[in-house]
Write a protein that binds this ligand. Structure first.
Ligand SMILES: *Cc1c(COP(=O)(O)O)cnc(C)c1O
Length: 410
C-alpha cells in the first residue's frame, strides 16, 4: 500500500483527539468499525451506572426522583446533548426510543398541519422510520404516504397538501449526507414541516438543526450511550406552544403530580415526554456526555473525513480486483462518517473479516458497512482493516461454509 502502517502510526501520534481513545474500553486485537451501530463503552460508564444503582436507588429509594433529579433527566440530559445538534437549552428532550420519537414528531407535525394529508418519506429511510409512518397513516386514516427516491425527487413531491417530510440526514446504508439547511428551506418554503432523523449524524460531526421543525436520533451509536440508551427529540421553539404528539402520557402533562383527570400539555419541550424515564439508562449516557463536553467538533469532522478518505483509498488500492464497489459518496462533503462497499457475497465476507478482528456490519442485500467513530478509531486501525479486507478477498477466506449461516443480528 502506498501509505504504510508506519505512516498511519505517525498520523495517530499527531492526532489531537488521540487521548480520547484511552477513555474507551476496546478489546485487544479488535478494530471496531461499528461505532455507528453501537458505540464503544466509556471507561466511566460502569462506575457511573453502579453509583446510580447503589447510591441513588439503594440509598434514596423513591426520594431519588427529587434528590437525584431523576424526574428532570429527560430535560437536563437534553440540554447537555443540545449543543451537539446545534440546539439550545429547553429544546431537546431525551427518552424512549428513536422509533417512538418518530411517532411523536410525525404525529405532532400532522396536528400542526391538519388541512394537509400527505406525509413525504424516502424509500431509503431506515425501516423503522417507514414502518412508523405507515402505522400512523394507517391508524389515523385519511393520510397518503408519498415515497420519494432520493432528494432530487423532493420538489416534485412537495405539493400544497404535504404536511411533513421525514428524512435521514445520513443514509444508514450508503453514508450519503444531505444538506439539511437547503432541504429544510425547500420543505418549509412549500409550507410543510421538516423532520430530520439524526441517528447517523449526532456525534459524527457538528449537526445544525437550525430551521428544522423536529429532529430525532439515538444516543447509542456515535454518542456511546450504551445498548438501549434513550433517544432524543428536538422541537423547534416555534412549535413549543402548539405542538402535541399523539402520545399524551403523564410525564408530558403540565402537572403530573396533580393527577388531574384530563391531559394538559406541559410547557415547552417537556410535553414530548411520555412516561417514567429509564433512569438507569441515563447513567452511561451522561457519563459519555461528560466526554463529549470536552470534544472539539471541528477536530471530529476533520479526523472523520481523513479516516474515511484513507479507508476508501487503501481499499480501492488493495482490493481492486475483487469486485468491491464503493457506494458511499466519494466527495467527503457529501458523506457521513461511514464507508460502504457493495460485494455480491457481502455477508460471508463480513463474517470472515470479523473473525479476523475487524468489526464492520452487513446491510442486506450486499453492503459491507464500516463506521468510523473519530473519538476512538485511529489511522492504524484503518490500515489494519483495509489489510484484513484485502486478505479475506484475495485468499477467498470468505468461501468457508461457516460464514454463510446467517446470525439473527447482522
Ligand atoms: C439506528 C436507527 C434507528 C433506531 O431506532 P430505535 O427505535 O432506536 O431502534 C432509527 N432510525 C435510523 C435512521 C437509525 O439509523
Amino acid at each position: 500500500m502506498t501509505i504504510s502502517r508506519a505512516d498511519c502510526l505517525a498520523l495517530d501520534a499527531d492526532d489531537p483527539l488521540r487521548h480520547f481513545r484511552d477513555e474507551f474500553v476496546l478489546p485487544d486485537g479488535t478494530v471496531y468499525l461499528v461505532g455507528n451501530s453501537l458505540g464503544a463503552l466509556s471507561r466511566t460508564a460502569a462506575a457511573a451506572t453502579a453509583r446510580v444503582v447503589a447510591e441513588e436507588w439503594g440509598g434514596q429509594l423513591v426520594g431519588g426522583w427529587n434528590a437525584s433529579g431523576w424526574f428532570d433527566l429527560p430535560l437536563t440530559t437534553g440540554d447537555r446533548l443540545a449543543p451537539l445538534i446545534g440546539a439550545g437549552p429547553g429544546q431537546v428532550v431525551v427518552g424512549d426510543t428513536t422509533s417512538i420519537a418518530i411517532v411523536k414528531a410525525v404525529s405532532a407535525a400532522l396536528r400542526l398541519r391538519p388541512e394537509r394529508r400527505v406525509i413525504v418519506s424516502d424509500t431509503a429511510n431506515f425501516p423503522t422510520d417507514r414502518y412508523v409512518v405507515q402505522g400512523l397513516a394507517g391508524s389515523l386514516g385519511g393520510y397518503e404516504i408519498r415515497d420519494i427516491d432520493g432528494p432530487d425527487a423532493l420538489d416534485a413531491a412537495l405539493s400544497d397538501d404535504v404536511a411533513c417530510v421525514l428524512l435521514s440526514e445520513v443514509d444508514y446504508r450508503t453514508g450519503a449526507r444531505l444538506d439539511t439547511a437547503e432541504v429544510t428551506a425547500r420543505v418549509r418554503g412549500a409550507g410543510a414541516l421538516m423532520i430530520w432523523d439524526l441517528c447517523h449524524s449526532a456525534g459524527a460531526y457538528q449537526v445544525d438543526v437550525a430551521e428544522a421543525d423536529f429532529a430525532v436520533g439515538c444516543t447509542y451509536k456515535y454518542l456511546n450511550g450504551g445498548p438501549g440508551a434513550p433517544a432524543f427529540l428536538y422541537a423547534n421553539p416555534r412549535h413549543h406552544a402548539d405542538a402535541e404528539s399523539i402520545l399524551t402520557g403523564w410525564h408530558g402533562h403540565a402537572a403530573p403530580f396533580a393527577f388531574e383527570p384530563a391531559y394538559r400539555p406541559a410547557e415547552g419541550v417537556r410535553r414530548f415526554s411520555v412516561g417514567t424515564p429509564h433512569v438507569l439508562s441515563f447513567a452511561p449516557l451522561n457519563a459519555s456526555l461528560d466526554i463529549w463536553e470536552r470534544v472539539d467538533m471541528a477536530q471530529i469532522r476533520a479526523k472523520s473525513v481523513a479516516l474515511t478518505s484513507l479507508f476508501i483509498d487503501l481499499v480501492e488500492e488493495s482490493c481492486a480486483p475483487y469486485g468491491l464497489e464503493l457506494v458511499s459518496p466519494r466527495d467527503p462533503e457529501r458523506r457521513g462518517s461511514q464507508v460502504s462497499f457493495r460485494h455480491p457475497d457481502g455477508y460471508p465476507v463480513m463474517r470472515a473479516l470479523i473473525d479476523r478482528g475487524v468489526h464492520g456490519d452487513f446491510r442486506a442485500p450486499d453492503l459491507l458497512r464500516f463506521g468510523f467513530a473519530p473519538l476512538y478509531i485511529g489511522f492504524a486501525d484503518v490500515h489494519d482493516a483495509a489489510t484484513a479486507l484485502a486478505e479475506v478477498l484475495g485468499k477467498e477466506l470468505w468461501r468457508d461454509e461457516r460464514y454463510r449461516r446467517r446470525l439473527a443480528v447482522t
